[in-house]
Ligand binder design. Structure first.
Ligand SMILES: *Cc1c(COP(=O)(O)O)cnc(C)c1O
Length: 438
C-alpha cells in the first residue's frame, strides 16, 4: 500500500477524507474513447426502441405515466436562485447557466434507477415471453399485463442486490409483471424503502454488511436456480444501456428549450456515482448525443470515492476504498459503494473529464439550500452533483487546457443530475432538512 501511495499522491488526501477534485488526464475524444466502451450507438438505439415498445404497457400499468404516454422521462429545470446562493457560498462566480435534471421525480420509483432497472426488467420479460411464443415485437405490449402472462412470469424469479433505489425500481416493475422478486439490501437501506418493497409483494433480504455483500448473496441465490435471473448492478450492459437512452432524450429537451451545445456552447454534466452504472450509462449516452462538446464529471462522497480510486490508480475493481482504510459510511445511500464497477470504469475512463468528492455535510447543506431557494426536495445522494459546477469554475487552468476561454464558459450550460428523492416520505425529508446548516 505504501508503494501505491508513493505512486499516486492524491491517495493521501483521499485517505484523509479531504474533499478533492481530480481532472482526468486520460480524458480523450469520443472518436478515440468509443471503441473501448464495447457498446455502440446501435445498442443504445435498440434500448430506446424497446422502451418505446413497452410504453403502452407502462402507461396502462402505472397511471402516473399517462401524461408522458408511458415514456419515463424527467424535467430539466432552471435553478437561478440556487446559482446565486452558491456563487456566494463558494466565492466563485459561475458564469454559465445552471440547470437541474430531475430524475429525482421520474415516475414509478423516483430515482435515476427508473432508467436502468426498469429497462433491465423489461428486457428480461420480453426475452422470456418471446422465447415462449407469447409475444412478438409487433404486438401491442399491453398484452403482457393479461392474467395468462402474469401466471407465466410468476414461474420466474428475479434477484438483485441494492442499497435501495435499484431494488425499488426492479421490485416495483418486476412485481407488477408478476415475477417473484427478491431484493437483497445492505445495512444502510432505508426502512421506508424496505417497507414500500414489501407492500408491493417483494421479498426483502437484509444484511448487516455493505452493498458488496448484498450483491454477492443475491448472486449466490440465483446460481443453481435456472428460473432465477440475477440483475448484476456491477456488470450489466442492459442496465447501462437503459441509462444511456437519457442522452438522446436530453438532446431533444434542449432542442425544445432552445439550448445549443457546440464548440462555442459547451455542456458540463455532474453525475453522482455509486457503483457507476447509472452515471456511466448516462455519460455514455450524452457523449453519443453531444460528442466532445459535453464534459462529464462524477461526484462521490469523501467516505466512498470508489470510482475516483479505481480510475485514478487504474486498478478499477481490483481495489476498494476499505483497502485504504476508508470506511464507506455515508448518508448518501445510493453512493455507499466501496468497490466500483470494473466494467464501467474500464469502459468510460477515457470519456470522463473528472471526478470529485464532497462531504456528507456538504450534501446536506446543498439539500437544505435547494429546498429553501428553489422548493425542490432531493435525497442527499442527489445533491452530490451540485458542487461540481463550482469545482470547474474554480479551475481556469483546466478550462484553458481543454481549450475553453472565458467567453466559452459564459455561454456554457451546467447540468446537475438530481438522481433521487421524489419518493422520500415527508417525515424522512424533515430529518434531512434538519441536518442542513443554512
Ligand atoms: C444508484 C444511485 C446513484 C448512482 O448510481 P450507480 O449506478 O450506483 O453509480 C446516484 N444517486 C442515487 C439517488 C442513486 O440511487
Amino acid at each position: 500500500m505504501a508503494g501505491l501511495i508513493a505512486r499516486f499522491p492524491l491517495l493521501e488526501r483521499l485517505m484523509a477524507l479531504d474533499p478533492l477534485t481530480w481532472f482526468n488526464p486520460g480524458a480523450t475524444t469520443l472518436a478515440e474513447g468509443l471503441p473501448h466502451v464495447g457498446l455502440t450507438r446501435q445498442d443504445v438505439a435498440e434500448a430506446a426502441a424497446r422502451l418505446t415498445r413497452f410504453a403502452p404497457c407502462l402507461c396502462e400499468a402505472f397511471p402516473e405515466t399517462r401524461a408522458s404516454k408511458g415514456i419515463l422521462e424527467s424535467e430539466i429545470a432552471a435553478i437561478p436562485a440556487m446559482q446565486a446562493t452558491l456563487n456566494q457560498r463558494y466565492g466563485v462566480e459561475l458564469t454559465g447557466r445552471l440547470l437541474l435534471k430531475k430524475d429525482s421525480h421520474l415516475p414509478i420509483s423516483g430515482s435515476i434507477k427508473a432508467r436502468g432497472g426498469i429497462h433491465e426488467v423489461l428486457a428480461h420479460a420480453e426475452r422470456l415471453a418471446m422465447a415462449a411464443g407469447l409475444l412478438r415485437e409487433e404486438d401491442d405490449y399491453r398484452t403482457l399485463l393479461r392474467d395468462e402472462l402474469r401466471r407465466f412470469f410468476g414461474q420466474y424469479r428475479i434477484a438483485v442486490g441494492s442499497t435501495g433505489n435499484l431494488g425499488l425500481s426492479i421490485g416495483i416493475m418486476g412485481a407488477r409483471l408478476g415475477f417473484q422478486v427478491s431484493v437483497h439490501v445492505s445495512a444502510d437501506a432505508r426502512a421506508w424503502k424496505k417497507r414500500k418493497l414489501r407492500e408491493h409483494g417483494v421479498t426483502v433480504v437484509e444484511y448487516a454488511e455493505d452493498y458488496g455483500v448484498a450483491v454477492a448473496q443475491g448472486r449466490r441465490e440465483a446460481q443453481g436456480d435456472p428460473h432465477c435471473f440475477f440483475i448484476d448492478d456491477e456488470n450489466s450492459r442492459t442496465l447501462f444501456l437503459g441509462y444511456a437512452v437519457a442522452g438522446e432524450r436530453v438532446k431533444a429537451q434542449f432542442d425544445q428549450m432552445g439550448i445549443r451545445v457546440d464548440a462555442e456552447h459547451p455542456l458540463f454534466v455532474y453525475l453522482p456515482c455509486g457503483v457507476g452504472g447509472g452515471p456511466g450509462g448516462v455519460a455514455f449516452g450524452l457523449k453519443l448525443a453531444f460528442g466532445d462538446h459535453v464534459h462529464c464529471f462524477f461526484a462521490e462522497p469523501t467516505h466512498s470515492p470508489c470510482m475516483l480510486l479505481g480510475v485514478y490508480t487504474g486498478l478499477h475493481d481490483e481495489i476498494a476504498v476499505q483497502d485504504l482504510g476508508i470506511d464507506n459510511l455515508t448518508a448518501a445511500d445510493g453512493l455507499a459503494v466501496g468497490r466500483a464497477s470494473g466494467f464501467v470504469g474500464r469502459a468510460m475512463e477515457r470519456l470522463l473529464d473528472g471526478f470529485y468528492t464532497l462531504s456528507d455535510q456538504e450534501m446536506y447543506d446543498l439539500l437544505g439550500l435547494l429546498a429553501r431557494d428553489e422548493q425542490i426536495k432531493l435525497e442527499p445522494s442527489a445533491l452530490a452533483g451540485m458542487a461540481g459546477p463550482w469545482r470547474v469554475a474554480a479551475d481556469p487552468a483546466w478550462q484553458a487546457e481543454r481549450g475553453l476561454d472565458i467567453a466559452d464558459m459564459a455561454r456554457a450550460t451546467h447540468l446537475v443530475w438530481a438522481t433521487g428523492g421524489g419518493m422520500v416520505p415527508a417525515e424522512e425529508m424533515e430529518k434531512y432538512l434538519a441536518s442542513a446548516r443554512l
